[in-house]
Ligand binder design. Sequence first.
Ligand code: SF4
Length: 320
Amino acid sequence: MAEPLLEVRDLCVDYAAPSGRVRAVDRVSLTVDRGEVLGLAGESGCGKSTLAQAVLRILPPPAVITGGHAWFEGQDLFALDEPALRKVRWKRLSMVFQSALDSLSPVLSLAEQIGDALRAHDFTGSTRARSRELLQLVDLDPLLVDAYPHQLSGGMRQRAGIALALALDPALVLLDEPTTALDVIVEHQILQRLLALKAERGFAMVFITHDLARMLQIADRVAILYAGRLVEVAPAQTLKRDARHPYTRGLLAAFPSVHGTGEPQGIGGMPPSLANPPRGCRFHPRCELAIDICRKEQPPLVQFGEKHFAACHVAAAHRL
Ligand code: SF4
């Protein structure tokens, strides 16, 4: 079997808080294959953005990686020194942020900032020509090459952020809620363009969103995080028809289907405070199926089918 493009194993990320350390990502392991779209879903604060930033090693303080490994194209990302990491970051592994203003400089034109990224990785051709080409790639007018971010609409800025992330033909792009702030039509257009570019260029994507319905339309596999832990991972179609974790089922029911007639259902209660998470299964205070063991022991990830794992005592007990 081919080596995964990215392998994250037992990743832990802590935030230093006045009351002590708060674990935002707790022993999460996952893989991404070449050309694959892995969706990462869960409610706000579940650790999905923190996980992506940890892989890229751009975690803002006070967050720190406190355990685990991340191998990308065979390299141990957490062991690389800054110069070696800079060669990987952006060139092989890039990121699109929720707000393009987080990745685009407000004081540089698009040509200047795409040019900077290209030159930093020893690009030898015309950076202006390449910038125009990249803008066209994401359906932006190449004449916008001299525009500044504030002169663009939100959708145009996100497209420019994607152009920047694709500038050096990376093997993997991490997309952190790249279309959340956009209206549904622009969101749809950008997602379609991204999928077409992925098909043309063969890069893999880790797509982060809280919108599981949208995720199921574009991802090959989906990983569900809850309160910093991985609770289920499965091929998208499997998850759609056979989710095993009650939290995943709750997420699926929380979004209306485009073709369905049922009313969306919410998940009762709130995610726990990571400063003082519940013992055992962290979902137990919200789970209608909780039994005694759920309040005492953390459920391990158990295999339910091909590439399908879930961490639930009750689901495991009813496994065929
Ligand atoms: Fe619910 Fe128990 Fe499964 Fe957790 S382990 S999701 S509390 S049934």
